[in-house]
Design a binder for this molecule. Structure first.
Ligand code: SAM
Length: 475
């Protein structure tokens, strides 16, 4: 008997085959089937869960067990019965799926992807936050859930004396040569392929991670959704700018929308893509993009949301939830380059933005002056420290927006929000699990949830963004 689950130990074995019907999806979008039976020693197992990639609810097929864990098994399809395939199981568009780790639910119809994400938020709030009495609104999906990404970073390597670039095979650093991608813009894919040819023509060697040798490590491309400008960053192991001269002319003649080309030097043995030193080789320092009529200059290292269409949807929800007035002081914690702050500023008295990355705060200040927005204060500090300082200074916030990284809010930040008696809180989250944990704390300390709205920022992947409105109900 398994002491934790009180379930009989199912001594099932790797390699066993089972005929199954899928009844659910895991939070990473794998199909869940339940197996029951008796092993060779006569021990019975009932409804033991098996997770299978590329399956969806309703599919039926033959599976083989590939790994057995304590409370579940992992399997793979031996055969998906063609006449028992779910209507939500759609043909796959991309030849690299699922080997390239970029997409993981492309085999689901877009409606099924949206339903899966709405359900995932609901279940996570219930399981981790014990929040059962709020309505989770259906996720706001995209009209066209393809070619939405405005940024791509492609690793380069060398095989049989040829330089090539692509995506890492799922959970490895083996590069799959890029032929197509259906979530980034087609021009970015064409640029990658053309640059690869130029690297071979100009004898620029791909990077060998194991030997820490070679020249080109990554190519990073960003594209503005509004101005259509494109930035290319060539990340190299050393300063090879002289070798890049001929290549640049050919590149901009073929792709005239390229308005900046940078050389970034990354000398370290590291998984970080960008190194410290960045040299402008051609064109403008930054590309300009726009969100809700506010302009943003984006330089190679700036954080900028990757799905511009849905970022406007997300930020409009923040404005909608905020119902801000010209008397409001608002804190934007984890403000990045100030995108939310600057979108909110025209509607309120003052915005206080805090962010831990110095470059981001520099960009935020630059973006404020570029848009002639003066009612914002940006500070570089840890949000959990700075909010306490603002509290001590006597700043009274009418609302706070938090948009933390995946690990969620620091407990000190939550404690200070409670202490400051801020009446309205808007939580923008990219991880439902840490969101649920933080909401539970806030509910236990006087807040109530008013609305939960997931927004699909990352179609074809299991990632889900969510915006939650809370108000203070107990003093
Ligand atoms: C999800 S991003 C949000 C950025 C911004 N709100 C936006 O929409 O573009 C989270 C940000 O939190 C910053 N960050 C991480 N830990 C922090 C901390 N302890 N205090 C302040 N900022 C932090 C990261 O550098 C990152 O810019």
């Amino acid at each position: 008997m398994n002491r934790e689950t009180n379930r009989p130990e199912p001594t099932i074995e790797v390699g066993q085959h089972f005929k199954v019907k899928f009844v659910d999806l895991t939070h990473t979008g794998q199909g869940v089937a339940k197996i029951s039976g008796k092993n060779s020693k006569g021990v019975e197992y009932q409804n033991f869960p098996v997770f299978v990639p590329l399956a969806t609810i309703g599919d039926q097929g033959m599976i083989e067990l590939t790994q057995i864990k304590k409370d579940y098994a992992i399997g793979k399809f031996v055969k998906l019965f063609p006449d028992k395939k779910s209507k939500d199981h759609v043909p796959i568009r991309c030849k690299h799926y699922p080997d390239c780790g970029g997409c993981n639910i492309m085999h689901l119809s877009y409606q099924a992807q949206c339903d899966f994400k709405t359900q995932m938020v609901k279940r996570t709030l219930e399981r981790i936050g014990k929040i059962t009495d709020v309505e989770v609104k259906p996720i706001i999906g995209m009209e066209n859930p393809w070619y939405y990404r405005n940024k791509v970073q492609v690793p380069f390597g060398e095989r049989r004396f040829k330089t090539f670039g692509g995506f890492y095979r799922l959970n490895t650093h083996e590069i799959i040569p890029l032929e197509e991608c259906h979530i980034q813009s087609t021009e970015m894919t064409e640029i990658i392929k053309f640059i690869k040819n130029l690297f071979n023509e100009f004898k620029i060697k791909g990077y060998d991670e194991k030997k820490h040798r070679g020249e080109i490590r990554h190519v990073l491309i960003r594209e503005s959704s509004k101005t259509k400008e494109i930035m290319v960053v060539l990340v190299c192991l050393s300063d090879i700018k002289d070798k890049l001269n001929g290549l640049i002319g050919k590149l901009i003649r073929r792709h005239p929308r390229i308005s900046s080309i940078y050389l970034n030097i990354n000398k370290d043995r590291t998984n970080e893509v960008l190194g410290e030193e960045t040299l402008l080789l051609f064109g403008k320092e930054a590309i300009e993009d726009e969100l809700l009529r506010i302009q943003f200059n984006i330089s190679p290292k700036s954080f900028f949301q990757v799905n511009p269409v849905q970022t406007e949807v997300l930020y409009s929800k923040v404005l909608d939830f905020g119902k801000f007035t010209k008397n409001d002081n608002v804190i934007d914690a984890y403000c990045g380059i100030g995108t939310i702050s600057l979108v909110v500023a025209p509607h309120v008295k003052h915005v206080y933005g805090v962010e831990v990355v110095e470059d981001a705060i520099k960009d935020a200040k630059g973006n404020a002056s570029h848009n002639q927005i003066t009612n914002v204060t940006f500070v570089c500090n840890e949000a959990e420290k700075q909010i306490g300082l603002w509290h001590q200074e006597g700043i009274k916030a009418d609302a706070i927006i938090v948009d933390p990284p995946r690990k969620g809010c620091d407990i000190k930040l939550l404690e200070t929000i409670v202490e400051m008696k801020i009446s309205k809180l808007i939580y923008v989250s990219c991880d439902p699990a840490t969101l649920a944990r933080d909401l539970k704390y806030l509910i236990n300390h006087g807040f109530a949830i008013e609305e939960v709205q997931p927004v699909d920022m990352f179609p074809q992947t299991f990632h889900v963004e969510c915006v939650v409105l809370m108000s203070r109900v107990i003093d």
